[in-house]
Design a binder for this molecule. Structure first.
Ligand code: OGA
Ligand code: MN
Length: 445
């Protein structure tokens, strides 16, 4: 049964890469009616090297002052100074965003503190510059059933083969540590880079370049995407393909040697574009500007194997006797300094169905907050292969990813590294060393 309409939030959301690039992706004051300005502001910090027309069009609220000062535009507009940190959720976001691992000397000390915390207290938004408040479900699993801290319990389901954790005071939230084997993780990482961004699925790059086919192959082959007709030319759908590698629209992949140096067309390395991927949408396409699903957009159905996985993993959160149907998915790609600001996922009709959220690649901190940003969130580690389910009441909770852990902290992906040892996987291995991918799968209706 769906939640009564009165309890539902107005749809709002923002996701594109820009919202993760800034520390404070949301307006203050617990204002849930996040408006176009906010949305637009999130869309303004495209890599300093490149901001295309399409990307600009999506963002409508950039202020010259903010741009000049390299400040998040929303701060410049509405949130000077400490106002942006006035909620517990934002304070936690900031704390973890700014967290720096201790120097080598202090490292082992801090690690053991972290371990204790895995079996110790939680909540309160964390303390100081350490990670001692971050719940570590892998540590809890290793510690065994008897060792659970207050407020956390096992909620294994009969017939579901994996251990499941939940919080007593956060019904509808389920954590399945290590749900995917290393092989499965590698498979989904490859799919996330190779298959999921393929048209008709849209990505954050689509607005700028039109549909891009075979981006990963182009990146492996060191291709360059060049503009073959300026954006002031004919509309995309009237243009002809140019040459064998042409793409519908005004861009095509070429070899370096093919570029006319004297003409210097707008060009971007395919490999750099892979790094610029911030989201792709599968199945029913989400329209970020309307912040809702646009069923009129061309789409293909969720791949069968992903739908099957989601159905299987959704079980602990499903009303008994019902099955999860995957209708849409959002794939998030996080680079080293990217974050996903606190938000609520409320665009789907039936909140009794969970969002099935798969973590791949680098470890991150996930914040699970309350129904307002005033409630201090519970921080927890999400690692490659973990799956989180959010259903019912949990869908009303603010959550986000303030921080991913790269470079210095690679022990968590060592399994992936050895699995991705093929020559063919070299690009993917390089990518995943400092990236995180999240696939979150939704039943829309
Ligand atoms: C989302 C989301 C969390 C994550 O995409 O809505 O909350 O783990 N993602 O990246
Ligand atoms: Mn979410």
């Amino acid at each position: 049964m769906a939640f009564p309409a009165a309890l539902r939030r107005q749809p709002y959301r923002s996701r594109p890469r820009q919202d993760r690039r800034r520390s404070w992706p949301s307006r203050g004051g617990g204002d849930r009616n996040l408006d176009r300005n906010w949305f637009g502001a999130l869309l303004t910090s495209v890599g300093q090297d490149h901001q295309s027309e399409g990307e600009k069009q999506e963002g409508t609220a950039r202020t010259a002052a903010a741009a000049a000062a390299h400040l998040p535009a929303m701060y410049a507009e509405t949130e000077p100074g400490a106002a942006a940190e006035r909620t517990a959720f934002r304070r936690a976001e900031k704390q973890y965003k700014l967290y720096k691992p201790p120097s080598r000397k202090g490292r082992s000390k801090s690690r053991s503190r972290g371990k204790q915390a895995g079996g110790g207290g939680f909540g309160g938004g964390g303390g100081g510059g350490d990670l001692s408040a971050v719940v570590d479900f892998h540590a809890l699993l290793a510690a065994g059933k008897g060792e659970l801290p207050a407020g956390i319990r096992r909620c294994d389901r009969a017939g579901f083969h994996l251990p499941v954790f939940c919080f007593l005071d956060r019904p509808g939230f389920y954590f399945i540590p290590g749900a995917l084997s290393t092989e499965e993780q590698c498979y989904w990482i490859r799919e996330s880079l190779k298959t999921f961004p393929q048209p008709p699925n849209r990505t954050n790059l689509t607005a700028t370049y039109g549909p891009i086919s075979d981006l990963l192959i182009a990146a492996k082959n060191q291709k360059i995407l060049v503009e073959v007709e300026s954006s002031s030319g004919k509309p995309r759908d009237e243009q002809n393909n140019v040459g064998e590698n042409a793409h519908p629209g005004k861009f095509k992949f070429v070899d370096d040697s093919e570029i006319q140096k004297e003409e210097r067309p707008k060009s971007t390395m395919a490999a750099a574009l892979v790094r610029k991927l911030r989201w792709s949408t599968l199945g029913l396409q989400f329209d970020w500007s309307k912040r809702n699903y646009d069923v009129s957009l061309p789409h293909s159905k969720i791949p069968d194997d992903l739908a099957t996985l989601a159905k299987k993993m959704a079980v602990p959160a499903m009303p008994s006797g019902e099955e999860f149907t995957a209708e849409a998915a959002i794939v998030n790609y996080y680079g080293p300094s990217d974050m996903l600001g606190g938000h609520v996922d409320d665009m789907e009709a039936d909140w009794t169905k969970p969002i099935v959220s798969i973590s791949l690649g680098c470890k991150c901190i996930f914040l699970l907050g309350g129904k307002t940003r005033d409630e201090a969130p519970t921080p927890m580690f999400l690692r490659s292969g973990d799956i989180v389910l959010m259903a019912g009441e949990a869908r009303e909770r603010f959550h986000g990813v303030p921080r991913i852990f790269t470079e210095g902290d690679q022990q968590d992906i060592s399994g992936l590294v050895s699995e991705l040892s093929d020559d063919d996987d070299r690009f993917i291995l390089d990518y995943i060393h400092n990236s995180r991918i999240n696939i979150n799968i939704r039943q829309v209706y």
